[in-house]
Write a protein that binds this ligand. Sequence first.
Ligand code: AHM
Ligand code: MG
Length: 322
Amino acid sequence: MKRLIPCLEADKTEIELILLIKTIVTACKDISFRVSQGALSNVLGSTLDENIQGETQKKLDVLSNQLLKDMLFESGKVRTIASEEEDYVVAATEGAPYIVAFDPLDGSSNIDINGQIGTIFTIYRARDDVPFDSKLQFAQKGSEQVCAGYVLYGPATMLAMTTGGPTRLFTLDKTQGCYLLTEPEMNISADTQEFAVNMANQTQWSELFKAYIHDLVAGESGVRNKRFNMRWNGAMVGDVHRVLSRGGIFCYPTNINNPTQPAKLRLLYEANPLAMLVENAQGKAFTETTRILDIEPDDIHQRVAVIMGSANEVDACLNYLQ
Ligand code: AHM
Ligand code: MG
């Protein structure tokens, strides 16, 4: 089986980018080890702090964030960093070619129950037209990403990644400490009978979105004339991994009861990288109105509604929302 680096070389990925990807996935190997040790590594539970988004930080959130930051600083390849766990952008190496954003540990509420969690990352070229340490470095559309990926810490540790070509899946061989190519081209089926949404949020949905889910749940006897099944991990990285692996639709729609924070998921380090992975596996990724990768960002912690997955089912959902 092909290893990650030779695979990137065969894809003609630029050497500086290969070195940066290597840094990120090496940090993730460390996170994977600590996650797999569970309570033995003394990383379970919460800290006493909150991040800028008012969420309690878990010990593993903080640790993963620090680990990634330290290794990215050392690499010398990153001009500026943005993270879910950092209030502001973090200046790294002036003149370096790339900027990196990440959610160090997506699905934090799964940490203490030994559920699926993962690190989501995205890489852009640094901008020379704005100061190296400005948040404007990240004022780039998702379509500008040069690499998007996640490392999923499940029963196996897996890396899904694209550098513009197909979305490839690698599995961490823990005996050798290397990522091996196990799925050269992920391909999301256009049709599906599986959806992922937090059903407990129904009172927050628009009437149009309620109608869509109602018709899915109605099964063979409803207008869709087809039985749908529901799966929900509570970690977007795990839910989207399932969608990439066997098709499906993942929805996190607008909360109409909360005008100050109508969406939950973050554009920069959750929606954009997962949208690129989904699109490069023949899926679609939209908010309720717009292709996610076309959004002009206005803040590093900006939130968006998300509907992504099997192309025909995303179209079907969007039809309800017009
Ligand atoms: P996190 O980045 O703090 O872990 O929050 C994001 C997560 C997503 O992974 C997941 O889809 C969503 O929050 C679930 O939230 P909820 O359980 O509130 O519906
Ligand atoms: Mg997250």
